[in-house]
Design a protein around this ligand. Structure first.
Ligand code: IMP
Ligand code: MG
Length: 183
């Protein structure tokens, strides 16, 4: 078995940097949502590590749920979004913190926000670990952003390339991608 870390060309965000920034985000969320009926909604699967670290540092009586959404690309630029797991909790009248691993074009968050809005929450705020501003196509209000990163494909700390590398503890750029934008 080859070592997945050996496929990383360089680390972009270290474990220590992630830890520090996640603490700061948690503190902001805690301040902003104090006294609210908070439901944290994570998008599967990439938010696994981020969400686990974030919510453990939020000292509020929150609820936790997940939405599954996958994009099936056909080798071209077009990608169809398919919901693979629906929300279980009722968010009607509640404050939703929608968490994703990375905000790229914004297509995913746009679709999820539109869906959640149909459930009449009191408000929806978005929290992403990473953001690639240069790639944005949809106007998404990202209320909490961990790190702005350059237009490079990254893996680790939950982020995958063809479902691999999610278990790497830091975020890095892959060596020589065989396929340029397979997600
Ligand atoms: P968007 O819909 O274009 O904003 O893309 C968001 C989704 O694409 C994220 O939830 C990720 O699953 C995936 N994605 C975008 N950029 C990257 C990356 O650099 N590495 C891994 N996944 C990415
Ligand atoms: Mg994803």
């Amino acid at each position: 078995m080859s070592d997945p870390a050996a496929d990383i060309a360089r680390v972009l965000v270290s474990e220590e940097e992630i830890r520090r920034r996640v603490s700061e985000l948690a503190e902001q969320v805690q301040t902003d949502f104090a006294g609210r009926d908070l439901v944290v909604v994570g998008l599967l699967t990439g938010t696994l590590m981020f969400l686990a670290d974030l919510v453990r540092e939020i000292d509020l009586p929150l609820r936790l749920d997940f939405i599954g959404v996958s994009s099936y690309r056909d080798g071209t630029e077009s990608a169809e979004l398919v919901f693979t797991k629906e929300l279980k909790l009722d968010v009607n009248g509640r404050d939703v913190l929608l968490v994703d691993d990375i905000l790229d074009t914004g297509k995913t968050l746009r679709a999820v926000i539109d869906k959640l809005n149909g459930m009449a929450p009191r408000q929806i705020r978005t929290c992403v670990l990473l953001s690639k501003k240069a790639r944005r196509e949809y106007d998404i209000p990202a209320d909490y952003i961990g790190f702005e990163i350059p237009d490079e494909f990254v893996v680790g700390y939950g982020l995958d390339y063809a479902e691999k590398y999610r278990n790497l503890p830091s975020i890095g750029v892959l060596k020589e991608l065989a396929v340029s934008r397979e997600r």
